[in-house]
Design a protein around this ligand. Sequence first.
Ligand code: HMH
Length: 224
Amino acid sequence: MDGGGVDTGTTVAWMEKHWQMYERATRHPFTISTREGTVDMSAFKRWLSQDYLFVREFVAFIASVLLKCCKQEDSSDMELILGGVASISDEISWFKNEATRWGVDLASVSPLKANLEYHRFLQSFTEPEVSYVVAVTTFWIIETVYQDSFGFCIQDGNKTPPELLGTCQRWGSIGFRQYCQSLRGIVDRCLANAAADAVKSAEEAFIRVLELEIGFWEMSSSQS
Ligand code: HMH
């Protein structure tokens, strides 16, 4: 390990090793069809309302990452994670506005199966036994899947409908990409200093997030 360089760290190795799954999570028919301008609007609304519930659950998850971070001897990552906590407040307001725009009643939404499964996974991180390295790796890959998925919808050649560009910008923006890259730097540094069993657990969590993200797109695409 070279101390966490973004191009040579463990995260790059995992992305290469698990690239097929990573592709399935970040180039799902849901986001491809958004980019093509052919996305089914009822699927989009389902995604919107389900993701609102996800984000509410994600608050507690980020809080648990923050808490684990603060308990580290070196808590220098704290500011970046605190920024994540701060931006989620804005995100909740964004979901509410967006839902009003699309005529979605958030108060009457219940989580679907794949969402509940994701909630359970996120809740498991509040256990103090789960290490900071595993938690921060999980945080990074959750954010990165959205960054890569929605970033693709605003890249050259997209036919994304104008009314969906705001959504894509939210996670596809350069600012959010830089945030994910900063998180990635933290993850690679933590992994470089972690024991082998912690690295293994972090890799398992990485894979699990990809599975859950694929499940979340599937759930949004077709009600089952
Ligand atoms: C399902 N994954 C899901 N929802 C989100 N909002 C993100 C990742 C990124 O915050």
